[in-house]
Write a protein that binds this ligand. Structure first.
Ligand SMILES: Nc1ncnc2c1ncn2[C@@H]1O[C@H](COP(=O)(O)OP(=O)(O)OP(=O)(O)O)[C@@H](O)[C@H]1O
Ligand SMILES: [Mg+2]
Length: 361
């Protein structure tokens, strides 16, 4: 049985539906992420798990028990928010001990437990400091330690790293991964940052407009998006319109608008004449002055329309038909060279027939 089960949950504010019939299950020990653009209902769903909001319909079960009449403080669930809500007049140690004192734990047991949590978040040296004497990342680690100190079944994290700068955020992401492994507590994590979701999660639910669009492991979401919203939201993606012209078992031919015929992987229910979009990640597209034609590959000539230097890689936008652009990237592997091609250079691109996925919605 899953640790957390959300069944057909609906939440309305007036006549606006913020969460629209969401169902999902989270296994014990999982790092599960709700990912989606601003306003799609992530925080609202999390607040219902914590018990701060009541669903208008549907059920939330924890360990098989219906939570609808369980008060927030009685749920084995804690929440870490974006802003570290620490008590400013208490030391780090007292901040972490606070929930245990409230629960009337024995003094010696509190001390042992707090030291263990300090070690878990790598702050053993900082127990006597006050919050204002610590960096943002350290304060957020204290908030996480405090939320974990009485070993909840479920930890909810609502954009806990979004107030940190990029470098610190990356460090904290690595720490969160190892912390979650160490403590073995189930995390439900909310973010609108797709990179963060891909890096941290065992599974991700991509949300839009209060609904779950797709729920899968990061690599499946990235390589096999179900629809254009998911393809587009999870990183750079070329989306090329096309019509199916023939079906040949596992693969099919499509006529890409303005470019011509290419082969791609077939999709369930595909029919000749059906229109859709080939979703193709830029890193799956080869680019060179000239490319040897290979049987498994689609192959086009084009012109560089734009280049975008990104440091580690440069993104090239290649026009392969009138008004039809394909983005591709090359690693900047030669020291001091920022790009291999310039605007208007004649180039060739190619991709394997199984590199993209054909989307019908
Ligand atoms: N208490 C409320 N009263 C009225 N509308 C609300 C309330 N809380 C949330 N909403 C609306 O519900 C929708 C979902 O809000 P929610 O906070 O869940 O989004 P989110 O996905 O967490 O967005 P963000 O990434 O910006 O935090 C939004 O349109 C929001 O304006
Ligand atoms: Mg939110």
């Amino acid at each position: 049985m899953a640790l957390l089960e959300i069944k057909n949950v609906v939440k309305r504010f007036g006549d606006y539906t913020a969460v629209n019939n969401v169902s999902l299950a989270v296994e014990a020990g999982e790092f599960f992420t709700l990912l989606g653009p601003s306003g799609c209902g992530k925080t609202t769903l999390l607040r219902m798990l914590a018990g701060f909001e009541q669903p208008d319909a549907g059920q939330i079960l924890l360990d098989g028990q219906d939570m609808s009449h369980v008060q927030p403080e009685k749920r084995p669930v804690h929440t870490v928010f974006q802003s570290y809500a620490l008590f400013p007049h208490m030391t780090v140690r007292d901040n972490i001990a606070f929930p245990l004192k409230m629960a009337n734990w024995e003094k010696s047991k509190i001390a042992t437990q707090v030291e263990e949590l300090l070690a878990d978040v790598r702050l053993s040296q900082f127990g006597d400091r006050y919050p204002h004497e610590m960096s943002g990342g350290q304060r957020q680690r204290v908030a996480i330690a405090r939320a974990l100190v009485d070993r909840p079944r479920l930890l909810l994290l609502d954009e806990p790293l979004s107030a940190l700068d990029a470098k610190l955020r990356e460090e904290m992401q690595l720490e969160l991964i190892s912390l979650q492994k160490e403590v073995g507590i189930t995390f439900v994590y909310v973010t609108h940052d797709q990179g963060e979701a891909l890096a941290l999660s065992h599974r991700i639910a991509v949300m839009s407009n209060g609904q779950v669009e797709q729920m899968d492991a990061p690599e499946t979401l990235y390589s096999k998006p179900k629809n254009r919203f998911v393809a587009d939201f999870l990183g750079q993606c070329n989306v090329l319109e096309g019509t199916i012209t023939s079906l040949n078992g596992d693969s099919m031919q499509i006529n890409l608008k303005g470019c011509g015929e290419v082969r791609c992987l077939s999709v369930p229910g595909a029919q000749v004449g059906q229109t859709g979009w080939l979703a193709l990640r830029p890193e799956k597209v080869r680019l060179d002055k000239q490319l040897q034609a290979v049987a498994e590959e689609a192959h086009f000539r084009g012109r560089v329309h734009d280049c975008l230097y990104l440091g580690d890689v440069t993104l090239y936008v290649v026009e392969i038909g009138e008004g039809i652009f394909v983005e591709t990237m090359l690693a900047n592997s030669i020291p001091g060279v920022a790009k291999f091609f310039d605007d208007n250079d004649c180039v060739e691109i190619a991709w394997r027939f199984d590199a993209g996925s054909f989307l019908t919605e």
